[in-house]
Ligand binder design. Structure first.
Ligand SMILES: [Zn+2]
Length: 375
């Protein structure tokens, strides 16, 4: 552990460790009691989305496997007076022709997307607890978070708790906390026909991967598509198309794709193939998050990723879903990498993983209210 916790957080988290889920019988598991707020199964999603009353809960689309993908909205769409698509508007040297956000009544908008990779359920936990806060003023453990709730005032909040329910359905437990890396790799990327791990990044070498695997990992929908690497000019997956539609209709000022990155120190990955002013925004937001985490006692928990430079290396980095969302609407889209608490070095506890998401959300909501277009 490379950071400390303050007493305030300890006093809150102690109260949350009440009801647990015994996952000891699961493959690669250890005895692990998960906190009461740690909810992320498909049943949990359906039940919590079904309880939405202050916002609007809609069916966004059906997955390749016919499962429901939900969209939860708080707020009202801005009138952005669209006259052109984004490419054409920038061609006219006037992005306002795509989305005019200069009106006095403009309300900043944030889109959060969980489980693009179905087994990376930490983001689902964060979003479901955020929905609980919005609806009941307490999280799923019954604990208030006034700072976060205050930060949600005066913004539009658009939530997709789980973009990839097909992948989520293939993971038989609710957490990778305490699991070994091999088990995680099995469930994340799956296994080839000879039983060997598809692993990362080799799992991307065949796409769609369906038909080439013994066990289809939770990265993929039931058609074997990894949304992060869909064909963005002709989306293969309905889920990808539906996400683009949300990005285009709402033009969120910030979109965050919530991922789990094994035992990484949580961070905002810098988007690639976007204008540098967007990378600078991501850097500034990262700095705010790190400061806030440090202030809450999570010293050096967050990592700040520098603005990338293209030095002409080959092969190039991939143009992925994060890049694509930015090019749909000309706004900032970011991949957040959470720690997953694997039984490896730099293992975070469920409370730390949860706190990282709450800090990320609060700082993003506060940041977006002050975000301005570059001059
Ligand atoms: Zn991921």
């Amino acid at each position: 552990m490379n950071y400390t916790q303050n007493e305030k957080i300890m006093s809150i988290t102690e109260k949350t460790l009440v009801v647990g889920v015994d996952i000891a019988k699961e493959r690669g598991g250890v005895n692990m009691t998960m906190p009461i707020y740690w909810k992320n199964s498909l049943n949990d999603i359906e039940s919590i989305v079904g309880s939405v009353a202050k916002g609007r809960a809609n069916l966004l689309c059906h997955s390749a496997g016919g499962r429901d993908v939900y969209l939860v909205e708080y707020g009202k769409k801005n009138n952005i007076n669209r006259m052109a698509n984004y490419s054409s508007a920038t061609g006219a040297k006037d992005p306002k022709r795509y989305a005019d956000k200069s009106g006095e009544n403009y309300v900043p908008t944030v889109l959060l997307v969980g489980a693009i990779h179905g087994g990376e359920m930490e983001g689902i936990v964060g979003i479901l607890n955020l929905i609980s806060l919005m609806e009941t003023e307490v999280d799923l453990a019954g604990i208030p978070n006034h700072e976060l709730l205050d930060a949600t005032r005066d913004i539009n909040l658009i939530l997709i708790p789980c973009l990839n329910p097909d992948g989520r359905a293939r993971v038989p437990f609710d957490s990778f906390v305490g699991k070994d890396l091999k088990t995680a790799r099995h469930y994340f990327q799956g296994t080839w026909k000879d039983g060997s791990l598809c692993d990362w990044p080799d799992c991307k070498a065949i796409h769609p991967i369906l038909g080439h695997v013994d066990f289809l990992g939770s990265y993929f929908n039931d058609d074997g598509i990894n949304f992060m690497h869909d064909n963005f000019f002709a989306p293969m997956a309905k889920e990808t198309r539906a996400l683009f539609d949300v990005c285009d209709e709402w033009v969120p000022d910030i979109t965050i794709l919530l991922h789990g990155g094994s035992n990484t120190s949580p961070c905002l990955l810098q988007p690639r193939y976007v204008p540098v002013y967007m990378n600078n925004i991501v850097y500034d937001l990262s700095t705010n998050i790190k400061k806030a985490a440090d202030k809450k006692g999570y010293i050096d928990m967050f990592r700040i990723i520098d603005v990338p430079t293209d030095r002409g290396e080959y092969p190039p980095v991939s143009f992925n879903l994060t890049s694509a969302c930015s090019h749909v609407n000309g706004e900032v889209c970011i991949t957040f990498e959470s720690n997953q608490g694997l039984a490896e070095d730099n293992r975070h506890t469920p409370d730390e993983i949860y706190a990282a998401h709450m800090i990320l959300f609060e700082e993003t909501f506060s940041f977006v209210k002050n975000k301005r277009d570059p001059i």
